[in-house]
Design a protein around this ligand. Structure first.
Ligand code: TRP
Length: 331
């Protein structure tokens, strides 16, 4: 059987080029060698209690994005986490071998507690059990399908380590049952800077969204922050975030030319921004067309995800059966 590469995507809204280079592109490339499993982590999304309407919108945005960006839904298994009833059961079995202290050390929870303490609030203010148990649910996502590899961003590294810890606990207590997954974590691509030079992130409001209307996208590109050097002055491409973004899209030869213009003088930031906008629109022309076509076709997206869920459950069920037997629920 082909090895499984699995990843979950929390539906958090419009994907940007940081997501594309950091996650979508490498994850989609893995479907050449692995059986790719991709799911919309809609249960994880509930930890921040979006409104029902928000959640619905976010789910279809993610689904349309993956398919528009080139995920081959015949080759890969694409589904919604909440369509797998084996997941909550697996989560419980894993919870019972997860030390509470391990969860106390999880970054997202810890950050919230530290923020509360800093503000003089109760340490657990605003912390729901969904946030606290988040890593166990994620471990279930991964372990339930005997996943071999999990492509994720640097920010998810701790969650993979926690997953392995939980699997090891289970195996130690109940005997060899669960497969230990490996994270595939890109070291360099997470360096996509935002328009203000910090890491590109929705929470910094500094993204270049892939599927924004053309006018909005152009406007956002023009907002990329640079220094105030005149075109004639020589500049350092490696410390300029416009160049760092531009290099992701430019053809090799043109990139070399532009690099020389930076170093020798003669580069106007405004003109380069316009060129970048054109390059981005050209690069994503087909995905943008497809996205527009898909985003309102809920029936189609639902059908794709339902078919994926069926395949995912077929992989999950024997693993859950193994777990149930291991703990003594079944003989
Ligand atoms: N926590 C991941 C994120 O925020 C999403 C996720 C949920 C996930 N379950 C997963 C990623 C399983 C990989 C594997 O991006």
């Amino acid at each position: 059987m082909r090895k499984i590469s699995l990843t979950g995507i929390k539906p958090t809204g419009a994907p940007h080029i940081g997501n594309y280079f950091g996650m979508y592109k490498p994850a989609i490339a893995l479907t050449d060698t692995y059986l790719g499993m991709y799911f919309v982590a809609d249960l994880h999304a509930l930890t921040t209690t979006p409104t029902p309407q928000e959640l619905q919108t976010l789910i279809y945005e993610v689904a349309a994005s993956w398919i528009a960006l080139g995920l081959d839904v015949d080759k890969a298994i694409f589904f919604r986490q909440s369509a797998i009833p084996e997941i909550p059961q697996c989560t419980w079995l894993l919870s019972c071998v997860t030390p509470k202290g391990l969860m106390n050390r999880a970054h997202a929870y810890k950050a919230q507690v530290e923020k509360n303490i800093e503000l003089g609030r109760d340490p657990d203010d605003g912390v729901n059990m969904g946030l606290y148990n988040y890593p166990v649910l994620m471990a279930a996502d991964i372990l339930l399908y005997d996943s071999d590899v999990v492509p994720v961003g640097q920010d998810q590294k701790q969650h993979i380590e926690i997953t392995r810890d939980i699997a090891e606990n289970f195996n130690r207590i109940y005997g060899q049952t669960l497969k230990l997954p490996e994270g595939i974590i890109p070291e360099d691509v997470q360096a996509v800077p935002g328009i203000d030079g910090r890491k590109m992130s929705k929470s910094y409001n500094n993204t270049l969204p892939i599927f924004a209307p053309e006018k909005a996208l152009r406007k956002q590109v023009m907002r990329i922050v640079t220094d105030s050097k005149t075109p004639e002055e020589p500049k350092d491409p490696d410390s300029d975030n416009l160049y760092q973004i531009y290099r992701l899209f430019a053809p090799t030869e043109r990139l070399q030319e532009v690099r020389n213009l930076y170093l020798q003088g003669g580069l106007a930031y405004g003109a380069l921004k316009q060129e970048l906008a054109e390059l981005m629109l050209a690069t994503f022309a087909e995905p943008r067309r497809k996205y527009t076509e898909l985003i309102d076709d809920h029936a189609y997206l639902d059908a794709i995800m339902a078919a994926g869920a069926e395949k995912a459950r077929a992989i999950a069920q024997p693993v859950l059966a193994r777990m149930r037997k291991a703990v003594g629920l079944d003989r």
